[in-house]
Design a protein around this ligand. Structure first.
Ligand code: FCB
Length: 450
């Protein structure tokens, strides 16, 4: 069975992880530059000053996408390439870079899907309080307006924020990502409220400035709990655990998607967070809840659960020896069925899988090729689940494999290789892995070969 007609087969990457060119043409520093250059924060003190040097090799990378037959490319814009200080003076060369990239993608039959914020928050605005400062929402909207003015004659697909759960929890709560803060829950929730406002104001700016009809969404993590059996009780327990706030931290879907898509914080979250909940000013929820055209979901794994004595979700232990990726993330193809299904049932929006993939132990073989059968098998299994979701009526519009190429994996540096294309970080040389050729065939067959 093929995937739905016009299914968007894509690949994804993000600015800080691939571009390099940290000081090129007037780019300003982001919190990730600062974090990486603080000893002890990133694996082997690595940084992305050069990364894949995509900034200088962009034409070659677009050709690789063309050879892959990718229909779409999910890229992100570096805020400080456009506004080196986060606000104020515009850096024209930064805009020109993305403008050329968009032209080149379109000339090669690849549709750009643009993420406006993929974690590289401007350092200068961080010095003014960052996401803890409510004005962040306006700074973001002003930046979005500039990008929209320059690219929306050619770009129609937009996402505001990538994985707010991750940059808020791991960046502001656990301290393992930039900016490395370990704030109390109340402050994490305040920063969250401001990012939700930023999303809302960002969508308003996009709609007000778009020169062609804009398709707008966002790309949160989808935290998936899936039923370990098909019994009604297990399904209900899994659905509840996926759709509600059940523990006192930011690792959930509802605290983010309910305000954005339903216009209010979820009841159970308000109870669990109690006094730590942020003050909501009049009009905030109207700002946050803007009409969206799609919901993006980043899904890598899920956790099996069953119904406990009172119907609540209880984790089902995985069998001993359950497969793990190189990152030690469990291989859970079921997540690409149940995640989209629960989210579609709850929010009723078309869905794009905006990220899915794995890190694998890849190297160049004696024959000069990169053989990655695990990546092929992993993606094969996950895509079968996704097709099952489509068959069962979930409106899935597309799938973006993370990632186009090996890149800087945040606090793990270059330890984890997620690419369909291998990158030799010493020379910059790219080698499409076996999985890239396999994915090309999947795209050609619209998944009918899976
Ligand atoms: C996601 C991030 C993405 C990449 C993958 C592996 O959490 O959005 O940038 O690092 O994980």
């Amino acid at each position: 069975m093929p995937f739905p007609k016009d299914f968007t087969w894509g690949v994804a990457a993000s600015a800080y992880q691939i571009e390099g060119g940290a000081d090129a043409d007037g780019r300003g520093p982001s919190i990730w530059d600062t974090f990486c250059h603080t000893p002890g924060k990133v694996w082997h003190d690595q940084h992305a000053d050069v990364a894949c040097d995509h900034y200088h090799r962009v034409a070659e990378d677009v050709q690789l996408m063309r050879q892959l037959g990718a229909k779409a490319y999910r890229l992100s814009i570096s805020w400080t390439r456009i506004l080196p200080h986060g606000k104020g003076a515009i850096n024209q060369p930064g805009l020109d870079f993305y403008s050329r990239l968009v032209d080149d993608l379109l000339a090669n039959g690849v549709t750009p899907f643009v993420t406006l914020f993929h974690w590289d928050y401007p350092e200068d605005l961080y010095q003014r309080g960052g996401w803890l400062n409510r004005t962040s929402a306006q700074w973001f909207a002003d930046y979005v307006a500039i990008v929209t003015d320059h690219l929306s004659d050619r770009v129609q697909h937009w996402m505001t924020l990538n994985e707010p759960q991750v940059f808020l929890k791991f960046g502001h709560g656990d301290g393992i990502n930039a900016p490395g803060l370990k704030l109390p829950l109340a402050d994490q929730l305040l920063a969250t409220h401001h990012t939700l406002l930023a999303h809302g104001k960002g969508v308003q700016a996009l709609r007000a400035h778009a020169k062609t009809p804009a398709q707008v969404g966002w790309a949160p993590v989808c935290v998936v709990r899936y039923p370990s059996t098909l019994s009604e009780q297990d399904q209900a327990a899994a659905r509840h655990a996926t759709c509600a706030v059940t523990q006192p931290d930011l690792w959930n879907n509802a605290w983010f998607n309910d305000p954005v898509l339903l216009g209010h914080y979820p009841e159970e979250g308000l109870k669990i967070f109690g006094d730590a909940c942020p003050h909501v000013s009049e009009g905030d929820m109207q700002t946050i809840k803007q009409p969206l055209d799609f919901l993006g979901l980043n899904i890598y794994e899920g956790q099996p659960v069953h119904a406990g004595p009172s119907g609540q979700a209880v984790f089902t232990p995985r069998p001993v020896g359950h497969p793990l990726t190189a990152f030690r993330w469990p291989v859970e193809p079921e997540s690409l069925y149940w995640g989209p299904r629960f989210m579609h049932d709850r929010y009723k929006l078309p869905i794009y899988i905006t990220e899915n993939g794995l890190s694998n132990v890849d190297w160049v073989s004696l024959d000069g090729k990169v053989h990655d059968p695990q990546r092929i098998d992993f993606t094969h299994r996950y895509l079968r689940s996704l097709r099952r979701a489509c068959d069962d009526g979930v409106d899935v519009k597309g799938y973006f494999h993370w990632s186009l190429m090996d890149n800087f994996e945040w606090a793990a540096g270059y330890k984890e290789r997620f690419g369909l294309i291998y990158v030799d970080f010493e020379t910059g040389r790219r080698i499409p892995k076996d999985s890239a050729l396999w994915y090309r065939d999947v795209i050609r067959a619209n998944g009918d070969n899976l």
